[in-house]
Design a protein around this ligand. Sequence first.
Ligand SMILES: Nc1ncnc2c1ncn2[C@@H]1O[C@H](COP(=O)(O)OP(=O)(O)O)[C@@H](O)[C@H]1O
Ligand SMILES: Cc1ncc(COP(=O)(O)O)c(N)n1
Length: 292
Amino acid sequence: MTDSSPTPTPLDASPTPTPLDASPTPTPPVTLSIAGSDSGGGAGLQADLRAFAAFGCFGTTVVTAVTAQNTCGVSDVHVIPTASVERQLAAVLDDLPVVAVKTGMLATTELVGLVADAAADGRLPQLVVDPVLVSATGHRLLEPAAVAAYVERLLPLASVVTPNVPEAEVLTGRRITGLDDARAAARDLAGTGTRVVVVKGGHLDGPRAVDVVLADGEEHLLDAARIDTPNVHGTGCTFAAATAAGLARGDAPADAVAAAKDYVTTCLQRAAGWRLGGGPGPLDHLGITVAG
Ligand SMILES: Nc1ncnc2c1ncn2[C@@H]1O[C@H](COP(=O)(O)OP(=O)(O)O)[C@@H](O)[C@H]1O
Ligand SMILES: Cc1ncc(COP(=O)(O)O)c(N)n1
């Protein structure tokens, strides 16, 4: 009698996967982000960790605030108690060899003061300060009274500060409508003691996205074509985290900000066609390796 039952399907018929590269790698430089969590994943700590990874850095985090946020807006902000932020900072710094630090959303005067104290004690090497004031969707992420603490306490200790145009206006009291105003604001901010000032031009009009850099008194521009995209959520966080990562791997500040500009431009280009969420969407940080 012939067997008429069908040939059994092999249990695993999937093609053999390409083996992942398991060769040992050198110990990476460690970076730290002191920033808020963005539940939508586009900005804050979530963006910072992806930028750190692209530059081959091992990212650590101190969470200052947990935001309930998506591409359309911020619906809640829970500021982490100062004692917890202090313990997170100690846990990271007491064990891991952090070589560069980025700050993002610091939320309150008290947290700006805590970070300034740590910087004054020499515990925050190569400090990149992104003075996050308001989300791209218009929600305040810093209490107004904390602006003075930034100017008086934190900026004098920063290696690099990276305000966007609205942030530079608040920090300097200047109206910024073009490159000459951005240059003047950069000079004002350099007067606080920050070594390298980048006034980012994403919010200015025109066919180019031009950032003004003032590094140890020398001015230059970071200039790229403006990409026509709604997906600009997290560009500022990405730029500052990439700058810290560049410093961590040994780049000079002028090279670090130039590499950060190339990286953010690439992330914007790649995500220009993405449709994630109903508001300004995130960048494409995925699968990019920035050569050192
Ligand atoms: N549409 C765009 N095309 C190209 N570059 C952009 C665009 N929007 C922002 N950038 C760049 O992204 C970086 C972050 O800029 P900006 O948008 O000003 O900061 P923030 O995200 O803090 O508001 C800067 O280098 C800026 O020039
Ligand atoms: C937690 C957190 N940190 C920073 C930003 C700023 O990013 P953006 O200016 O792109 O809204 C944000 N929206 N949320």
